[in-house]
Design a protein around this ligand. Sequence first.
Ligand code: IMP
Length: 175
Amino acid sequence: MDRDPTIIPLFTAEEIARRVEELGAEIGEDYAGKNPLLVGVLKGAWMFLADITREITIPHQCDFIQVSSYGSGTESTGEVRFLTDLSTPIAGRHVILVEDIVDTGLTLSNLVNRLKEREPASVTICSLLDKPERRKTPIHIDYLGFTVPNKFVVGYGVDWNEKYRHLPYIGYLEF
Ligand code: IMP
């Protein structure tokens, strides 16, 4: 019978809350007077977005996008297909893409290029996690929560086959 993997804790709920508060404050300072649009990339970023929006005290809006990466097996090719598109036009808007984790970077670099076709005033990236060891294309993360090792991480919105999203902390799986 298959056993569930063990979860090795990386960041507690309290550590995440503190970091999210800092990132929210930074965004609030950088975007004062700009009315930015936070775009959460579903599904992984929903919990992060829900928390960071409450830490940004300047006026801003939120929207969501869901993409799937084409590719065989577990390796993404980065070619993105929009499963759910934005409900807001972004031409002339300051967009902050809110991601759960940047891994190879292929999905995000492709997504940024697709969004830039809509002529936003700017696009920056806010990612909860960064796994730089697996990067295949350079990505500048403007607002980063935490760097993680080359492990499969879960929790705080991030899943493994739809499992463990609900966990209030972040850990990695040991099989
Ligand atoms: P990439 O940067 O194009 O390779 O893909 C990034 C996406 O892969 C993320 O938004 C996640 O949905 C997923 N992903 C990458 N690494 C992990 C992980 O360690 N745990 C859960 N999902 C991951």
